[in-house]
Write a protein that binds this ligand. Sequence first.
Ligand code: 5GP
Ligand code: ZN
Length: 113
Amino acid sequence: MDCLFCKIINGEIPSKKVYEDDSVYAFYDIAPMAPVHVLIVPKTHIASVNEVTAENSAVISHIYEVAAKLAKELGIADEGYRVVTNCGANAGQTVFHLHFHLLGGTKLKVEMC
Ligand code: 5GP
Ligand code: ZN
């Protein structure tokens, strides 16, 4: 499949890995929007939130466990951070493999839209 993040997960395209387990891969964003900007992705290809179902949603709660763990490890848990996923054109999704941005290390803008 011609998917950038599938290629990153299988090592075809290099990335700066932060964390990996059986179902999740996390790596630094190539164009960080905050001092800490990590992408957390399921290893199975799910295009976006639109494709989340009862059959594949278990990985989403696991991603939030990983987000909490990484936030602590990266030193942003106490000051606060944002976990966000963009879905579709209006949200500015550019890579159609579900991913959660973990953003922190500074005071983030309050505006969400
Ligand atoms: P989206 O806009 O779809 O929510 O987020 C896609 C993110 O992937 C962007 O923040 C972008 O900087 C990041 N990104 C795009 N291509 C690459 C890449 O090749 N490597 C890494 N590490 N991040 C990428
Ligand atoms: Zn993919």
